[in-house]
Write a protein that binds this ligand. Structure first.
Ligand code: AMP
Ligand code: MG
Length: 427
């Protein structure tokens, strides 16, 4: 008995291992094996902050400054010493000046005095407390303040956001808009990011034609390369599109060689079911270390995973919906890890009341396409998209979510609660 970890040599079926009863891998097992075999790309570059959106930090960003740099006001109001606040009743303070954001009041504030202060303005010497202007009665040069305020209120302390010397962002951070703002707030204009991985994609199948070509008997347009192009691009990786590869030995070998030599990962569609695409299997045996897996998910059962040369290889099924479902569930987390993104995979799931009857057998995890909405009371409700066939791409455009039906779930009745994964949260 042996224990196999991904990648597996060609033609070694992980499903034959003891413990995998029905010859099928659970989706979470497949995902874990894939993630185990993926390592972030080497190589980094320095980019200007605006060009860094979606990139992954290769080094931590450290701050050399305190943010905010000085104690300042969180409100428009009047600033005074907390020890000077009235214990009971009203107290009159003399207003001796104004502290503006960017134009501080230069003098010191003594007992019985206060300054008018704006949000973001530096606290003058002798001052630690702000009373909102709504709580102050102004009588010319006098500000009348009532009891009930807390010393130190509405003050932002220097270094409260970030301290000089702190790691503002750790390596492995994928930069989102908030990160760009934070980096700007410490006065840093360039960051070190990992090289953007390149993903080669191609489609296999004699029936496939490109846009602009005439369709003969039994031929269809290749759509998978376009959805793959979209999904890979949205993830922030570079696409190398190698087109449609005919079911011919030389073409297949050339495509794999070209892909492995020029890309960090290869994603293909079609030709991984049994009895199909002999040249794909033959080529993978020659150049790769690839296992053919049956994953207990629908759509998308057969997939191939491993390495071709140094490149990661994902052989996805041919059906257009299967391509998208397997990409989102298995390829996307792997490509994220490849970019160096250290964030945990956190799928966005929403509970909704199902309005349709959904036929389902126990034994596989299903990703049915649904239409998620909110009813009059703001509760999430979902209904099935009209055609659930794995080849019906319309279900992905008409729908706006996957209805995720767990492995052992059986038919869902209208009114039952289900979990859905909105497409908007996928990339
Ligand atoms: P396969 O996995 O190669 O047996 O393909 C399964 C189904 O998906 C067949 O109906 C194929 O015609 C279809 N298919 C395969 N590749 C593509 C593609 N690139 N674009 C659209 N449909 C495809
Ligand atoms: Mg095919």
């Amino acid at each position: 008995m042996h224990k196999t970890t991904a990648p597996l040599p060609a033609n070694v079926d992980p499903c034959d291992e003891p413990g995998h009863g029905h010859g099928v891998l659970r989706l979470d097992e497949a995902r874990a094996r894939i993630l185990d075999a993926v390592h972030p790309v080497e190589g980094a570059e320095s980019v200007a902050l605006r060009d860094a959106l979606g990139r992954v930090l290769s080094e931590p960003v450290r701050s050399t400054v305190d943010v905010p740099a000085h104690d300042n006001s969180a409100m428009d109001g009047f600033a005074l010493a907390g020890s000077d606040l009235p214990a009971g009743g009203d107290k009159a303070f003399r207003v001796i000046g104004t502290s503006w954001a960017g134009r501080p009041f230069e003098g010191a504030v003594s007992g019985g005095e206060c300054v008018r202060i704006m949000t973001g303005a530096t606290l003058p010497q002798g001052v630690d407390t702000i009373v909102m202007q709504e709580h102050v009665r102004r009588e010319g040069e006098i500000a009348v303040i009532t009891a009930g305020h807390r010393p130190g209120q509405h003050r932002r302390l220097a270094g409260e956001d970030i301290r000089a010397g702190d790691v503002a962002l750790p390596a492995g951070t994928r930069l989102m808009p908030a990160h760009l703002g934070l980096v700007a707030s410490i006065g840093v204009g360039r960051v070190a990011v990992r090289r953007r991985p390149r993903v080669a994609i191609f489609s296999t199948g004699d029936e496939l034609r490109g846009i602009g070509e005439e369709l003969g008997e039994g031929q269809i347009y290749d759509s998978n390369r376009y959805s793959l192009h979209g999904m890979v691009t949205r993830l922030g990786l570079e696409v190398l599109d190698l087109g449609v590869v005919r079911d011919l030995r030389d073409d297949t070998q050339r495509a794999f060689e070209q892909a492995a030599a020029n890309a960090d990962a290869i994603v293909t569609s079609g030709g991984v079911s049994v009895g199909e695409a002999d040249y794909v299997v033959e080529t993978l045996e020659k150049y790769g270390q690839v296992g053919f897996w049956k994953v207990a998910m629908k759509p998308g059962k057969p997939i191939a995973f491993g390495h071709v040369g140094k490149a990661l290889f994902f052989g996805l099924p041919g059906n257009p919906v299967s391509v998208m479902a397997t990409f989102y569930q298995l390829v996307q987390p792997a490509l994220r890890k490849l970019t160096g993104d250290a964030a945990a995979d956190l799928p966005v799931l929403v509970k909704a009341t199902c309005q349709s009857k959904l036929k389902k057998k126990a034994g596989r995890l299903e990703f049915q396409r649904g239409i998620l909405e909110r009813d009059g009371e703001g509760r999430y409700v979902v209904r099935a998209a009209s055609h659930q066939g794995a080849g019906v791409l319309r279900s992905m455009t008409e729908g706006n979510c996957f209805i995720v039906l767990p492995l052992e779930q059986e038919t869902v009745q209208p009114g039952n609660e289900v979990e859905v994964q909105p497409f908007a949260g996928l990339v």
